[in-house]
Design a protein around this ligand. Structure first.
Ligand code: BG6
Length: 484
């Protein structure tokens, strides 16, 4: 059923994110009957375009990026009239705002969302300009894309600047990993299945491995990526959020306050990185050209077209969480571009059987939460091998594939998030103190790397990273669990 009609202004409406993610997300919601007549999705950007021209661009974008575009081509035509376009630099408070103002509905209680999908340096001027032009009602929300700053100081400047005009309840800091069904499902697995939650601690769990591997390089995003690197791009936000969901205590309720309070406690309990810690517990790497799968893959510098760069395209690190539940359990995080496989997963490795009942040593037990692409969960079990003489053990799998179990297309993460912003529900968005705590933990790593306490390494494109990556775990007696 449709949600009440709303106004949704996309600031930066001609950009990549809008075409790839935001418009397709609304289109899918439209196909499911959730967009009410009277809703306005208003694109704003500097280019001089008519509504017609913008709808044409949107149509091409949807044909290329919307999952349902092929099965429902006629729906695109029905969806386009919801789109409007305003040629306006929204970071300029003195520009002519009359057309935007006149498009916005004045109904009290109607949800109005400004989604800022521009460069972060424009966040504060945009928030100010929206305020200056009198467009903030009680039910107005501001959505900010990551990255919120490049360090704690710049994040504070954004949060302070925006906070002058919008209450924290009106600010929606998006982290699209929280929009992934499989990431939300971490909560279901843990807190709806006592059989798991009862073994979810240092007594039973030996280590946790979080991997977010991508096969793509930096593509057209080189200029942004080179100022960020994997730590800022993936760890400060997405992977620390995932870690929080894996490690947090049960929230009192699934409310924005309770959930975010619990995540915050984990961020604050992460073992602070010292300079020695950075040297010992972090590894950074940059991909270099290599042949993989019969293809010649260029290196990062070639992708970027520069002779040198200090930006990491890969990293691995080891941390601990200083709470009674997790004392002494290593948490490893690994992420990178141009790796061997596209896969995001969380591996929970269980402690071994303390007493040798069998002649064979059982394989370590693993619970693997597959976030993407092959959404599911599997539990490895040592079983009696019926093909071997005597009593031999072999590893077997209990395996659930979610798309099969539910018989659905897994929605893109933006669908849930956009509709949650419209509804004013902050449970899947990042609170200011989480951003602060995450930067506080990340900053010593940035500093240590800037001082070169852990030098940059290289890895061949199409591999799982530098060789030293294995040593990080081997030291503790573990190994990365690679899926076949
Ligand atoms: C984005 C990063 O936030 O997340 C990208 O900026 C990265 O560099 C992307 O590729 C990964 O998202 P997903 O949903 O494909 O895992």
């Amino acid at each position: 059923s449709p949600v009440a009609a709303f106004d949704f202004v996309i600031v930066g409406a001609t950009g990549d994110l809008t075409m790839r993610k935001l418009l397709p997300a609304f289109f899918e919601q439209f196909c499911r009957g959730r967009i009410a007549v009277g809703t306005k999705i208003i694109g704003a950007a500097r280019s001089d375009l008519t509504d017609e021209a913008y709808r044409q661009r949107a149509k091409e974008g949807l044909q290329q990026f919307a999952a349902s575009a092929k099965s429902a081509p006629d729906k695109i035509e029905a969806f386009l009239p919801f789109l409007h376009y305003v040629s306006l630099d929204m970071s300029d408070r003195h520009a002519d705002w009359t057309r935007l103002t006149s498009l916005l509905d004045q109904d009290e209680g109607r949800s109005r969302v400004f989604y800022v999908a521009t460069a972060p340096r424009l966040y504060v001027p945009t928030a100010e300009a929206i305020a200056h032009n009198g467009l903030i009602t009680d039910t107005t929300r501001l959505v900010l894309e990551k990255p919120i700053g490049t360090d704690l100081t710049s994040a504070d400047a954004i949060n302070d600047g925006v906070g002058k005009h919008f209450r924290e309840e009106q600010v929606f800091r998006i982290d699209h990993y929280l929009g992934k069904q499989t990431v939300q499902n971490i909560l279901a697995l843990r807190f709806a299945n006592p059989v798991l939650e009862r073994i979810w601690d240092a007594d039973s769990i030996a280590c946790v491995q979080i991997t977010a591997a991508e096969t793509v390089g930096v593509g057209k995003r080189g200029p942004y990526y080179d100022t960020a690197g994997a730590l800022r791009d993936m760890v400060q936000n997405h992977l620390l959020q995932v870690l929080c969901l894996v490690a947090m205590e049960p929230p009192t309720a699934l409310s924005a306050t309770d959930l975010r309070d619990e995540k915050l406690k984990i961020l604050r309990a992460l073992k602070p990185m010292t300079s020695e810690g950075v040297a010992r517990d972090t590894i950074r790497g940059q991909y270099v050209a290599a042949a993989a799968n019969g293809e010649q893959i260029p290196g990062y510098l070639e992708d970027l077209g520069t002779p040198a760069s200090h930006t990491e395209t890969w990293l691995a690190l080891r941390t601990e969480i200083r709470t009674p539940r997790w004392a002494g359990v290593p948490f490893y995080i690994r992420t990178g571009k141009r790796m061997a496989r596209k896969e995001t997963e969380i591996v929970i490795q269980f402690r071994p059987q303390p007493w040798p009942v069998f002649q064979d040593t059982p394989e370590p037990g693993f619970l693997i939460l597959r976030i993407q692409p092959d959404e599911g969960v599997s539990l490895s079990l040592s079983s009696k091998d019926p093909t071997a003489p005597g009593f031999r053990l072999r590893e077997t799998q209990l395996d659930v594939s979610y798309p099969q179990a539910f018989g659905v297309r897994y929605p893109d993460s933006y669908e849930d998030l956009l509709m949650a912003a419209v509804a004013g529900d902050q449970v899947l968005f990042i609170r200011r103190d989480e951003v602060t705590a995450a930067w506080q933990w990340v900053e010593p790593i940035l500093k240590g790397w800037a001082e070169d306490v852990r030098p940059m390494e290289t890895y061949a494109a199409g591999t799982q990273g530098p060789a030293s990556s294995d040593a990080l775990l081997a030291r503790d007696g573990f190994a990365w669990k690679e899926s076949a």
